[in-house]
Ligand binder design. Structure first.
Ligand SMILES: NC(=O)C1=CN([C@@H]2O[C@H](COP(=O)(O)OP(=O)(O)OC[C@H]3O[C@@H](n4cnc5c(N)ncnc54)[C@H](OP(=O)(O)O)[C@@H]3O)[C@@H](O)[C@H]2O)C=CC1
Ligand SMILES: Nc1nc2c(c(=O)[nH]1)N=C([C@H](O)[C@@H](O)CO)CN2
Length: 247
């Protein structure tokens, strides 16, 4: 039986770990990536099918969907991991309102495009493949803790992750009982190499457990959802108790 899983943005970090975990668990993983990363070789060595794709580029997305529909008869899972963690721009003090608006709109549109529009389009395009699989199937959205509480420095990012969270509920309702649709909402899982000691200390303090759990925390949760027969329309919080770390 075919056990095809697609994961987007999987050439590095959490997506890379998840793609390798799934491949080693016996799934046949197709990983999309936007730009070449060292992790690509690990994916290829493990037998993962790697496809270059900017999910916000309409023509490339259409070609990708056509190609997958020609190659795969069914899909066991679709994991929306691709993401850009863009900060909001500093408030503009220039008199040129038009330029400031254009700059802010570019950030907002980019966040909606990668985190909400692309998952919406891919879910709808691949619904027939998910329904063709022999057995229950899964869609998993990677959202974020800040989707539920907002962010003072990543407003557009948080709003787009909130949109993706809401799409979780809509697709869960629309695609049941064949397809389970869930979200995973992490707070800190994995620092970036450029994060300095001060940022790391401040961020660790935000959760009750005060640890950086690493990529396995996400991969384990993905496997848990794939193995569940009775979870859909849920947001699984991976936040170390941050939601309770109140002043
Ligand atoms: N790391 C953490 O602690 C947390 C992560 N998350 C979420 O978990 C997921 C994985 O996180 P993480 O591994 O840190 O993410 P990264 O930012 O390290 O990687 C995301 C990947 O998505 C790719 N990507 C970005 N834009 C596009 C696009 N338009 N088309 C295709 N691919 C794209 C990037 O490609 P490129 O390299 O070319 O830019 C990158 O490889 C994300 O959804 C993130 O929002 C949420 C909370 C905390
Ligand atoms: N695409 C990404 N999204 C997020 C990242 C990241 O590195 N890439 N990192 C975070 C932070 O870890 C945050 O949760 C804690 O400061 C959020 N989203």
């Amino acid at each position: 039986m075919q056990n095809n899983i697609i994961i987007t943005g999987a050439a590095q970090r959490l997506g890379l770990h998840c793609a390798l975990t799934l491949q080693h668990a016996g799934f046949q993983v197709t990983a999309t990536y936007r730009s070449e990363k060292p992790g690509l070789q690990q994916l290829k060595d493990a037998g993962v099918h790697c496809i270059q794709l900017d999910i916000t580029e309409p023509n490339a997305l259409a070609d990708f969907i056509d190609s997958i529909k020609q190659q795969l008869g069914s899909l066991r899972g679709l994991i929306h991991n691709a993401s850009d963690w863009k900060k909001d721009l500093p408030l503009s003090d220039c008199d040129n309102a038009r330029a400031a608006l254009a700059a802010d709109a570019a950030v907002y549109d980019a966040m909606q495009a990668v985190h909400a529009k692309a998952p919406y389009l891919l879910n709808r395009a691949f619904t027939p493949l998910l329904q063709a699989h022999d057995g229950v199937t899964d869609i998993i959205h990677l959202t974020d803790f800040v989707a539920s509480v907002g962010s003072s420095k990543h407003m557009a990012y948080a709003a787009s992750k909130a949109a993706l969270e809401n799409l979780t509920y809509s697709f869960a309702r629309a695609l049941a009982p064949k397809v389970k649709v869930n979200a995973i909402a992490p707070a800190l899982l994995l620092f970036n190499d450029h994060d300095d000691a001060c940022y790391r200390a401040k961020t660790l303090q935000k959760s009750l457990l005060q640890v950086e759990p690493g990529a396995a925390e996400l991969s384990n949760t993905v496997m848990y959802l794939l193995n569940s027969r009775y979870i859909t329309g849920k947001v699984i919080d991976l936040d170390g108790g941050r939601h309770l770390n109140l002043p």
